[in-house]
Design a protein around this ligand. Structure first.
Ligand SMILES: [Zn+2]
Length: 332
């Protein structure tokens, strides 16, 4: 009798361990968590019409080079969203944007289009809502051509300066007409920053999506894919937007958030946003922000070394891995 009971327990234990193993398999990630690294390359020109050359040199040129150096240490690639109006403004400088782009391309970095319309329009307005569809298309087309000729690559991703995408129908159709595949301007939780009008309070924040032609923050039928900038807290109270995106200020928050997102299968991609102007200050001194970015990259490396299924890459890598393999380019 005893041995019968013993056998019954053995079967039960085997069954339970099988059951737990099954739960574990179901809970494990189906695919690696993709960490998309993006850097907006621009000088500090907030509330200024003219950008000073020293700001360009330290904040745009040297800041981007320093980020490239950091990434090279890990053999990782990021997307450098280059503010194309500044290419026009500083093309004759000794350390020109075209020199910078050559270096970034030779190190395998991804170059894409960033655009602050206030720098190339007499109105000096940053909000895309202000400009006609035709003017928006002209700017996007010009930026695309300049970046393509300097980088020798196809330009297919876009980020609006200050997230100020304006009226969705104008900019989405202009981007699609110019052959863009990805927009990464939406910052879920944020609204009305930098004197621009937009509302991303309810935008999806854990995955990429096709937006609605009339509203970037809603899912819809646009062909373009929105790759939102990852934010941690969705809130209506937008008094300190910097706190919410995954910039380098809160390394502890970043660590906890990545661990959380890793075990939630619905998180497929995390998009970091950093700025070349936050690496050096205007006097050429390295910032605390730079130290935090270093710590963030080290954290990512440690997570990968510990066996976590995490991939780090650029928007170009994201397109190649997640969009091109699906039928008709549509993903969801
Ligand atoms: Zn910008």
């Amino acid at each position: 009798m005893k041995s019968l009971i013993y056998r019954f327990y053995l079967i039960e234990i085997k069954f339970l361990s099988f059951f737990w193993a099954l739960i574990h398999i179901i809970k494990a990630r189906c695919e690696p968590l993709f960490i998309c690294l993006t850097i907006d390359c621009e000088s500090r020109f907030e509330n200024k019409i003219e950008i000073e050359k020293t700001s360009y040199y330290h904040c745009f040129f040297q800041g981007s080079l320093k980020m490239n150096e950091l990434l090279k240490h890990y053999s990782w690639h990021a997307t450098f969203f280059i503010d194309y109006p500044e290419i026009k403004i500083f093309q004759n400088e000794e350390n020109s944007p075209s020199q910078l782009i050559k270096i970034l391309i030779s190190d395998g970095q991804d170059i894409q289009l960033h655009l602050h319309p206030s720098l190339i329009n007499s109105e000096k307005i940053s909000d895309f809502s202000y400009y006609s569809r035709q003017r928006i298309r002209e700017m996007i087309s010009e930026g695309k051509k300049i970046l393509a000729s300097l980088s020798g690559k196809k330009i297919t991703s876009f980020r609006a300066g200050g997230y100020s995408v304006g009226k969705a129908e104008r900019i989405i159709s202009a981007l699609e007409d110019e052959g863009f595949v990805v927009d990464s301007s939406v910052m879920p939780g944020a609204s009305n920053l930098h004197q621009a009008k937009f509302n991303f309070e309810k935008a999806p924040h854990f995955n990429w999506y096709h937006p609605d032609y009339r509203d970037f923050s809603k899912r819809g039928k646009a062909k373009i894919v929105e790759l939102p900038i990852t934010t941690i807290i969705k809130t209506n109270n937008n008094f300190a937007s910097d706190f919410f995106r995954l910039d380098a200020k809160g390394i502890k928050i970043i660590k906890n958030f990545i661990n959380y997102a890793y075990f939630k299968n619905r998180f497929k991609v995390i998009t970091f946003i950093w700025h070349s102007k936050e690496i050096f200050d205007e006097n050429g001194r390295l910032t605390e922000n730079y130290e935090n970015i270093k710590k963030t990259l080290l954290l990512l490396k440690k997570l990968i070394d510990s066996g976590k299924q995490i991939k780090v890459g650029s928007v170009e890598d994201f397109i190649n891995q997640h969009l091109l393999m699906t039928e008709r380019g549509r993903t969801i």
